[in-house]
Design a protein around this ligand. Structure first.
Ligand SMILES: Cc1cc2nc3c(=O)[nH]c(=O)nc-3n(C[C@H](O)[C@H](O)[C@H](O)COP(=O)(O)OP(=O)(O)OC[C@H]3O[C@@H](n4cnc5c(N)ncnc54)[C@H](O)[C@@H]3O)c2cc1C
Length: 456
């Protein structure tokens, strides 16, 4: 590849903070709020014009991981409960008690946007929207500042402790912290996917919906639509006047802009073919329309920042507990086919219908694949997220939050859901504030004290 040398220029430091949080998604919002509520001067940097990450930009719903495995017992409360209750007062989520009776917290993305705005403002966090973190300036294993790019130009935000909540480990990667990605033997990550909202469905009867699903399934069996399920009549948000399915799938590396571009274009075409098909062939669906697609294709997995502990699939299956637990997860090892195979393929498990035809199946690493029965934490139980999975190796003042914490391909397949990301974020924010208060690196904090403060 041809290379060019950039002329180095002076970069203005636009803000100096105690704690700098990069990324305003489920892992970043709580980190910023928690750090600010514990006395730190906080800057939160977000590339879009709103916060929420995949919960808003990805239309992903519901929020999973708030209760123990196959149980209604809450395992995450704190800021997740507060956010849910604040959304409820605006009509955008059920009550907390109702949400705990359901498998996920249904919510409205627009309500989450304004709740996040208000909570961030009330906490006194300085927010930079429309701002991309593009680099990090590192001296002797510590980040001095992150470089940001916005309409204001190239600037720097300096800080004492940095929290990487970009989902993709962008800060860690730019700072030179070690990261790993995907399956141990080939680096393939879970397939990407997206949500859509389908409107014009008010008059559709249950019989028409069932018939439409059967028609779509028949097309999928012919290889017509590259979906992994035909459950498009599901309602994952709080409002019932539209369907909000999660059925698309696209393979690739979410840290490769060519793969991201192919995924956006490919999924958009699929979705439009599907809507046209419904209108033309499904009785009752003539008025169906595409009300919204997600702002971005959703990466399920990309870079995992290597920490002082790496969460594994065994930790999930055994419901492992840790002395330095700072959050709890209950979602299972939910690996969407990394090759992007669609119906009848769903998960990467030994029961996969492709079996011998799958290059992974034929490979010597098949033994690392799990059976359906080996994916879940024990019923009524959870696994802990240890604090050491948040402390980045080699960069002393960097904490990681959300889906890019230190985990294997199997470990992150459970810990990636939004309820768990919010819990991790709250922990990262508290730890960052404590490190600033105590004048130490996050790694030097006592994880058992964090555990007591966060989980009792
Ligand atoms: C198809 C699909 C279905 C899913 N289904 C569910 C589900 O039903 N329930 C559930 O709970 N979870 C689900 N998930 C998982 C969940 O959505 C994510 O794992 C979760 O949102 C991760 O939170 P995060 O904050 O770590 O990252 P993100 O949600 O990706 O948020 C990262 C934020 O950082 C910002 N950002 C990124 N890079 C930069 C940068 N360089 N500079 C500035 N800002 C930056 C982004 O704009 C974004 O706001 C699903 C994911 C996918 C892809």
């Amino acid at each position: 590849m041809r290379t060019l040398t950039e002329t180095r220029r002076e970069i203005p430091v636009v803000s100096e903070a105690d704690v700098v949080v990069a990324g305003g998604g489920p892992g970043g919002i709580p980190a910023a709020i928690a750090a600010a509520r514990h006395g730190a001067k906080v800057v939160l940097i977000e590339r879009y014009g709103f916060m929420g990450g995949l919960a808003t930009a990805g239309l992903v719903a519901p929020i999973l991981g708030h209760t123990a495995c196959r149980s209604h017992k809450p395992i995450v409360e704190g800021l997740l409960r507060e956010m849910t209750e604040r959304m409820h007062t605006l009509g955008g989520a059920p009550t907390w008690a109702e949400a705990c009776q359901e498998w996920g917290i249904r919510f409205d993305a627009e309500t989450l946007k304004v709740v996040a705005d208000r909570m961030i403002k009330e906490a006194g966090v300085t927010l930079f929207l429309h701002t991309l973190v593009t680099d990090a300036i590192v001296t002797n294993g510590e980040i001095d500042a992150v470089i940001i790019e916005s309409k204001s130009g190239r600037q720097a935000v300096a800080g004492e402790v940095f929290v990487d909540a970009t989902g993709d480990g962008d800060v860690a990667f730019r700072a030179g912290a070690p990261t790993q990605q995907g399956r141990a033997f080939d680096g393939c990550v879970e397939s990407m996917g997206s949500f859509m909202h389908i409107g014009g469905i008010a008059d559709i009867t249950d019989e028409q919906a069932a018939m439409a699903k059967a028609l779509v399934l028949a097309e999928m069996e012919k290889g017509q639509f590259r979906f992994y399920n035909n459950g498009f009549t599901g309602r994952n948000t709080i409002y019932t006047d539209h369907f909000s399915p999660n059925m698309t799938r696209w393979p690739g590396d979410p840290t490769d802009v060519r793969d991201l571009t192919a995924a956006e274009l490919g999924v958009r075409e699929q979705v439009w073919d599907f809507i046209q098909f419904l209108r033309a062939h499904a009785p009752g669906f003539q008025k169906a329309y595409l009300r919204a697609t997600s702002t971005q294709i959703g990466p399920r997995e990309s870079r995992q920042v290597l920490g002082d502990y790496i969460l594994t699939g065994n930790d999930i299956e055994q419901g492992r507990k840790f002395e330095d637990a700072v959050a709890r997860g209950s979602w299972w090892i939910d690996i969407h086919c990394p090759l992007g195979e669609t119906y009848p393929v769903h998960l990467c498990i030994t029961e996969c219908p492709r079996q011998a035809a799958c290059p992974f199946w034929a490979a010597e690493h098949t033994s690392s694949m799990r059976a359906k029965a080996e994916l879940y934490p024990p019923d009524g139980d959870w696994y802990d997220i240890p604090y050491r999975a948040l402390t980045a190796q080699e960069i002393d003042n960097l904490l990681v939050s959300g889906r890019c914490i230190s985990a294997t391909h199997q470990g992150m397949a459970g810990a990636r859901v939004m309820g768990t990301c919010v819990a991790i974020g709250e922990a990262a924010g508290l730890a960052a504030a404590w490190a600033v208060r105590d004048g130490c690196s996050p790694r030097e904090l006592d994880g058992t004290k964090l555990k007591t403060a966060l989980l009792g």
